[in-house]
Design a protein around this ligand. Structure first.
Ligand code: ATP
Ligand code: MG
Length: 434
């Protein structure tokens, strides 16, 4: 390899090497030019001195701007004062590649730029340290989930995201014309995952889900990455234990990640069993803790626990917490009614500090008659769901599953204020660009 990746420079001290990358920073200091060169593996400081490169090359270097792509040759020197990796590359030759980056960039993105400017310039913001750290960490998390699923012999599938059924209620559906028919962008792939339990066993998917969210909150996107899993023979308790094991596995790996250490140095890996609060208890707790709903009043049994109070509750508890046994009717038709008390459902959301809900899970209704009854109660036309209903006619078994919003977990683990920073190109109520 002719070009040495930045991350390998520490192994090349006092050697002459060639590197290539982009100029992350450019700074003049008297007769010296300090550069920070970025490649996909890291950042390294470089210095250009007139006497090491000669007058012509120094003139070239004087015109360098931030984000210009370059190839350079230099000697690797150990230097404790150098930021990033304690290395300074003493440049002996330098070539801007193809073009100089426009100097306007300096004025376009500044530390005090507002969120709308930063979102308009997202394609350039993504070159920054913080945004690229977040994207790398997100990749790390996705891998950890896949590793965990594979360690439990799950099969990954990719159901279509173009559907003709709703999963989470009509108010957040994105509808469009599919040739001569009406169709929607999927809100969840759960129903399709359930259809392969009888052949593939435990299954998962990592796919976008779409929600036409009309309220602006710091944790709602209109398109997000949904990690969903369904497991045959799992009853409610099995589901809770599975989610605990998965979260512990993912958090344990995350804690080793240097990016997490940078963003959230005090993060703790939770231990089993997680805190559990039933919906009914949570309504009481909210009152005890003085946490009111958005209307300024205390929530009553039967009220939806919205983002604000939900987050305040879990912040107060201070560790991942299952919120369980919601009143029947508060959650969708496919969640199983509790056999001892059919007034509540075998459902559990996992809440984490700083975000609130990151997982919605439940045992699924496996009884044909109850399922049809629940669909009627919700005013759903059962016809488009014939394939889902068929699962209850041909060898129905107890089963459970869940959906986790990847961006919400990134937001929670990295202590981000807003979920928009957890995705490459966020889709929000007022934004689908770039
Ligand atoms: P919320 O009450 O916050 O709107 P939800 O109950 O609608 O969440 P579910 O339908 O249970 O959420 O979806 C499963 C998971 O998908 C959630 O726990 C969350 O992590 C994620 N999720 C849901 N809606 C969004 C969204 N609009 N943006 C980002 N993630 C979402
Ligand atoms: Mg919602």
């Amino acid at each position: 390899m002719k070009y040495i990746p930045v991350i390998k420079l520490q192994e090349k001290v006092d050697e002459r090497v060639q590197v290539r990358g982009w100029l992350h920073h450019v700074r003049r200091q008297g007769r010296l030019i300090f550069l920070v060169i970025r490649d996909p593996t890291g950042y390294v400081q470089a210095v250009v001195k007139p006497k090491s490169v000669g007058d012509t090359a120094f003139k070239v270097a004087e015109k360098l701007t931030r984000e210009t792509a370059i190839t350079a040759e230099g000697t690797v020197k150990e230097d404790d004062r150098a930021p990033y990796i304690g290395i300074e590359l003493q440049i002996t030759a330098i070539n801007p590649v193809i073009n100089y980056a426009s100097p306007e960039l300096e004025y376009e993105i500044r530390p005090d730029s507002g969120p709308q400017v930063l979102l308009d310039k997202r394609h350039l913001v993504l070159r920054g340290e913080q945004a690229s750290d977040i994207m790398r960490f997100r990749d790390h998390l996705t891998r950890s989930f896949r590793d965990f699923f594979y360690s439990r012999d799950f099969v990954e599938v990719t159901p279509s995201t173009i559907v003709q059924t709703q999963v989470e209620g009509g108010s957040t559906l994105f509808a469009f014309k599919y040739f001569d028919h009406d169709a929607y962008l999927t809100q969840s792939s759960q129903l399709y995952l359930e259809t392969v339990l009888a052949s593939l066993g435990n299954v998962f998917c990592v796919l976008p889900s779409f929600r036409a969210e009309k309220s602006r909150t710091r944790r709602h996107l209109t398109e997000y990455t949904h990690i969903e899993a369904e497991m045959p023979w799992y009853e409610f308790e099995d589901l809770l234990e599975f989610m605990e094991d998965m979260i512990i596995s993912v958090y344990t790996k995350a804690k080793e990640n240097p990016i997490l250490k940078k963003f959230n140095p005090t993060m703790e890996v939770p231990s089993k069993p997680f805190e559990q609060v039933t919906y009914e208890q949570s309504i009481r707790h909210l009152r005890e803790y003085g946490i009111k709903g958005e209307s300024g009043k205390y929530l009553e049994y039967g009220d939806d626990i919205t983002e604000g109070p939900e987050r305040a509750l879990v912040d107060k508890i201070g560790s991942p917490t299952f919120l369980t046994h919601f009143p029947t009717g508060m959650k969708p038709f496919y969640m199983k009614l509790n056999t001892e008390n059919p007034e509540v459902m075998n459902a559990a959301d996992l809440l984490i500090p700083n975000v609130g809900e990151i997982i919605g899970g439940s045992q699924r209704e496996d009884d044909l008659e109850t399922l049809l009854q629940r669909m009627r109660e919700e005013g759903l036309d059962t016809k488009p769901y014939y394939w889902y209903i068929d699962q209850r006619k041909y060898g129905t078994v107890p089963h459970s599953g869940f959906g986790l919003g990847l961006e919400r977990l990134v937001q929670g683990l990295l202590n981000l204020d807003h979920i928009r920073d957890a995705c490459l190109y966020p889709r929000l109520i007022n934004r689908a660009t770039p």
